[in-house]
Design a protein around this ligand. Structure first.
Ligand SMILES: *Cc1c(COP(=O)(O)O)cnc(C)c1O
Length: 472
C-alpha cells in the first residue's frame, strides 16, 4: 500500500513469527507493531484462544465489570490494518480503537516522536513550566480548523474533558447558563457530558443526577424523520426559542456527523441553519469533532463538508495517533473570555502526547490521508450499496470518508433490528474482523478503519461481514 510503504521504516516482528513463547510478557518478547506487521487475516485458534482466555479470566477477576470489551482477545501488537493477539491470531481492524488510530497504529513517525519526547521529559505541567510542543499543537489547531478568524486553543486529556471545557468557556463568554444538545448525541461519560449524551443504556442509567441547564432538541435524521434540513432546523430552533429562550442560552453543541448515535448525517442545510440562528442570537456554536475530526470523513474536519464555521470545536480521538490528547479551539475572543487559571488540568497537553500529535498532524497534512479516507469510503459504500440491492434488511448506508455505517432494519416496518446487527458483528469478530456497532437503537454497524489499511485487507474484511450477514 502506497501510504504504508512511503513511511515505513524496516521493523521486525519478533513476537509471533520469531521468539515469542507462551508466558513471555510483551516487553520480554520484544513485540514490535506498526505497519510492517504481516498484513493478513490469520486465525490459528478460535477467538478467544487459550492465552486470550487466560487474560480475560484475570480481567474479570481484577477489573471492574462496568468496563466491558467488544473483542475477546489479548492484544499484543497492531499496525497497518491489523491487530495481533497473544495466541498469534491477526485480526483485520475496521474500528481503529474507536476512530483513534487513523494514521495507523504505532505509526513510525508517532513512535519516533514519542520515544524522543519521553526521553527528554515526561511532565512539567504546562501551567507550571510551559514547553514548546503544547504551543506548536495549539498553532497547528488554530491554522487547521475551519474559518480564518483569529483562534486560540487549550489542550486536555480526553474528548469528554474537551467538551466540558468548551461548555465552561461558552458560559463564561456569554454569561448565560443553558446548553442545547441533540437527540442521538454522544459527548462523553463525565457528569456534564452524560447530561449532554442522549442514550441512557449503557452511558447514563443509574449515574444521575446529571448537570442542570442542559436541554435536548430533535436532530436531523433523514432516514427516520423524513424532514428536509430546513424543516428539521426550524423544528429544533422553535423548541429552543419557546422552551429555553435565546437570552438564556450559552451554547448549542452538536457532532456534525453523529458518531455513537449511528453515524447520522444531517440533511442538507440543517447545520448551516442552526449556525446562522446561533450567530444571530449571540449563542456559541460548538462542533464536537472528537470522532469526525482529523481526516476521518475525508476532510480535515467534518464541519467543512457542510460549509459551516463553528465558534468552538472540540477534538480528541484521532489527534495524536493513540496518545491521550484533546483540545478546544475557537474564536480568540471567546477562548480569551476566561480569567487566568480558569482552564487547565495537571496533565492537559502532556509533552509526550503533544509530540505524538505533531507527528500525527504531519501525517494527516502530508501523507495523502484525506484522499485515502475518501478512497476507503468509496470502497465501503460501493460494496454495501450493492448488497442493499439484494438485501432489504440494509435500511441505509451512510457516512463520509472512512466513517461509514450500515443501518439494519425490518424490511417491512423499518423497525431497528438490533439482534441482527449484534449477531453479524459477533460473527465477523469470530472470523477475525474487528467491527463496532453503534446507534440509539443498537442497529448500526460502523466502519472506522485506520487510514493505513490496504485495499486488500479492507475488501477481505467487508467480505467477511457480508458473509456473516448472508448467514443470518
Ligand atoms: C468519543 C467521543 C467523546 C468522548 O471522548 P473520550 O475521549 O472518550 O472522553 C466525545 N464526543 C464525541 C463525539 C465522541 O465520539
Amino acid at each position: 500500500m502506497r501510504l504504508i510503504t512511503e513511511c515505513t521504516r524496516r521493523r521486525v516482528w519478533l513476537g509471533i513469527r520469531g521468539s515469542y513463547a507462551p508466558g513471555m510478557s510483551i516487553i520480554d518478547s520484544a513485540v514490535i507493531g506498526g505497519p510492517s506487521l504481516a498484513q493478513e487475516r490469520r486465525l490459528v485458534t478460535a477467538i478467544p484462544g487459550p492465552r486470550s482466555q487466560e487474560l480475560l479470566a484475570r480481567k474479570s477477576a481484577a477489573v471492574a465489570s462496568g468496563v466491558a470489551h467488544t473483542v475477546p482477545i489479548e492484544a499484543v501488537a497492531a499496525g497497518g490494518g491489523v491487530v495481533v493477539d497473544a495466541d498469534g491470531n491477526s485480526l483485520i481492524d475496521l474500528g481503529s480503537g474507536i476512530a483513534v488510530t487513523s494514521v495507523g497504529n504505532a505509526h513510525p513517525g508517532v513512535v519516533a516522536a514519542v520515544q524522543a519526547a519521553v526521553a527528554q521529559m515526561t511532565h512539567t505541567c504546562f501551567m507550571i513550566s510551559p514547553y514548546e510542543s503544547y504551543v506548536a499543537v495549539a498553532e497547528k489547531l488554530n491554522r487547521l480548523t475551519p474559518g480564518d478568524h483569529a483562534k486560540k486553543s487549550a489542550l486536555f486529556n480526553s474528548g469528554a474533558e474537551a467538551v466540558e471545557n468548551a461548555i465552561k468557556i461558552a458560559r463564561k463568554a456569554t454569561g448565560r447558563p443553558a446548553v442545547v444538545a441533540f437527540d442521538h448525541a454522544y459527548h462523553g461519560r463525565t457528569n456534564l457530558t452524560m447530561a449532554l449524551t442522549a442514550k441512557s443504556m449503557p452511558y447514563k442509567s443509574g449515574f444521575g443526577p446529571f448537570a442542570s441547564e442542559v436541554y435536548r432538541v430533535p436532530a436531523s435524521y433523514p432516514f427516520r424523520d423524513g424532514l428536509s434540513g430546513a424543516d428539521a432546523a426550524a423544528k429544533a430552533i422553535s423548541l429552543i426559542e419557546k422552551q429555553i429562550g435565546a437570552d438564556n442560552l450559552a451554547a448549542v453543541i452538536i457532532e456534525p456527523i453523529q458518531g455513537e448515535g449511528g453515524f447520522i448525517v444531517p440533511a442538507e442545510g440543517f447545520l448551516p441553519a442552526v449556525v446562522d440562528w446561533c450567530r444571530a442570537n449571540g449563542v456559541v456554536f460548538i462542533a464536537d469533532e472528537v470522532q469526525t475530526g482529523f481526516a476521518r470523513t475525508g476532510a480535515m474536519f467534518a464541519s467543512e463538508l457542510f460549509g459551516i464555521v463553528p465558534d468552538l470545536i472540540t477534538t480528541a480521538k484521532g489527534i495524536a495517533g493513540g496518545m491521550p490528547l484533546a483540545a478546544v479551539t475557537g474564536r480568540a475572543e471567546i477562548m480569551d473570555a476566561t480569567h487566568g487559571g480558569g482552564l487547565g488540568g495537571t496533565y492537559g497537553g502532556n509533552p509526550v502526547a503533544c509530540a505524538a500529535a505533531i507527528a500525527a498532524i504531519d501525517a494527516f497534512e502530508n501523507d495523502g490521508m484525506l484522499e485515502r479516507a475518501r478512497e476507503i469510503g468509496g470502497i465501503l459504500r460501493a460494496r454495501f450499496e450493492s448488497l442493499q440491492q439484494s438485501d432489504a434488511r440494509i435500511g441505509e448506508v451512510r457516512g463520509a470518508g472512512a466513517m461509514i455505517a450500515v443501518e439494519f432494519v425490518d424490511p417491512e416496518t423499518k423497525a431497528p433490528d438490533a439482534a441482527l446487527t449484534s449477531a453479524v458483528a459477533k460473527a465477523a469478530i469470530a472470523e477475525g474482523v474487528i467491527v463496532l456497532t453503534c446507534g440509539t437503537y443498537g442497529n448500526v454497524i460502523r466502519f472506522l478503519p485506520p487510514l493505513s489499511i490496504s485495499d486488500e485487507l479492507l475488501t477481505e474484511g467487508v467480505d467477511v461481514v457480508a458473509a456473516a450477514l448472508a448467514a443470518h
